[in-house]
Design a protein around this ligand. Structure first.
Ligand code: NAP
Length: 283
């Protein structure tokens, strides 16, 4: 049987329609403030994509574009004023920042209730605890939506996550654990990665390197989420895995592009709405 494609683009569209419907019923307009420092072309493209996404679902997005050489105190003052601004529901600092700025300090200065990227320790902790008030990190949240909305059973299954970053691997492992999977979290110091991957009924690969996981290791019938994004010399986008072999073995898998990427963007919108509602005590 042909594997099921876990189509993040189509699912994002569905979720965005749901979000727009809900936002249209509100008596206020959720607002996202985006801070872009410098003129890195890739960051500018990401930010304009986020602004477009917001606009389409009825979220107001306000861009604060700052010069590359800006002093850290000035950025901190801006974050502080956005924290205090009752009109602002979510704050996003586009990363990476120029090297003279301390990302951890600046991101850490965002009010947890406005941390729509879900990067702050408070939100990571609440995510780990399975607390429903957490603003969860967007990519892990998107991975879980891809699984649950495609009716992939999770409870009791062997899940293997490759990669332990705070933005992807660790929170994915936490969310899968909260959904009652039995989770193995692998990283660059894992011995015999193949033996772990072979056990996976659900495999999430977020190593950021092609070829770390050989698709021939994947057990027939496994569900595979490929988080990696790489641009080949040809300009084509691809994931961490070889998708030709993957398609022969998996029962379901995410394409690249069109899998996790669009879900990450959509989860930012979902978090902005969630932040806007919870600041107003709307459940
Ligand atoms: P990261 O911070 O570089 O983390 C990579 C992780 O992979 C680390 O934990 C590292 O282990 C592990 N790793 C590296 N080599 C390995 C090996 N040989 N065997 C086992 N584990 C290995 O990357 P990230 O931010 O999590 O992102 C991962 C990938 O996802 C990247 O390609 C990124 O572009 C992509 N991404 C996509 C989206 C999306 O929306 N689709 C969002 C975020 C990220 P150590 O901890 O031991 O170093």
């Amino acid at each position: 049987m042909a594997p099921k494609i876990l189509d993040g683009k189509a699912l994002s569209k569905t979720i965005r329609i749901e979000l727009k419907k809900e936002i249209d019923t509100l008596t206020f307009v959720p607002t996202l403030a985006v801070i872009l420092v410098g003129d890195d072309p890739a960051s500018a493209v990401y930010v304009s994509g986020k602004e477009r996404d917001c606009h389409k679902v009825g979220i107001n997005s306000i861009l604060h574009r700052l010069p590359a050489g800006i002093h850290e105190d000035t950025v901190r003052q801006l974050v502080s004023s956005l924290n205090d601004d009752p009109q602002v529901d979510g704050i996003l600092i586009q990363l990476p920042l120029p090297s003279h700025l301390d990302e951890d300090t600046l991101v850490g200065s965002i009010l947890p209730q406005k941390d729509v990227d879900g990067f702050l320790a408070v939100n990571q902790g609440l995510t780990l605890m399975g607390n429903p008030h957490a603003l969860q990190p967007c990519t892990p949240m998107g991975v879980m939506e891809l699984l649950t909305r495609n009716q992939i059973p999770i409870a009791g299954r062997e899940a293997v996550v490759v990669g332990r970053s705070m933005t992807v691997g660790k929170p994915v492992a936490a969310l899968l654990t909260n959904a009652n999977a039995t989770v193995t979290l692998c990283h660059s110091r894992t011995r015999n990665l193949q033996s772990h991957v072979e056990r996976a009924e659900i495999l999430v690969v977020a190593a950021g390197k092609r070829g770390v996981v050989d698709s021939s290791w994947i057990q027939p019938g496994a569900v595979v989420i490929d988080v990696g994004i790489h641009r080949l010399e040809s300009g084509e986008l691809t994931g961490d895995l070889d998708h030709t072999t993957l398609a022969d073995r998996a029962s379901a898998f995410t394409p690249v592009p069109g899998g996790v990427g669009p879900m990450t963007r959509t989860m930012l919108l979902k978090n902005t709405l969630k932040a806007a509602k919870s600041r107003r005590n709307i459940l």
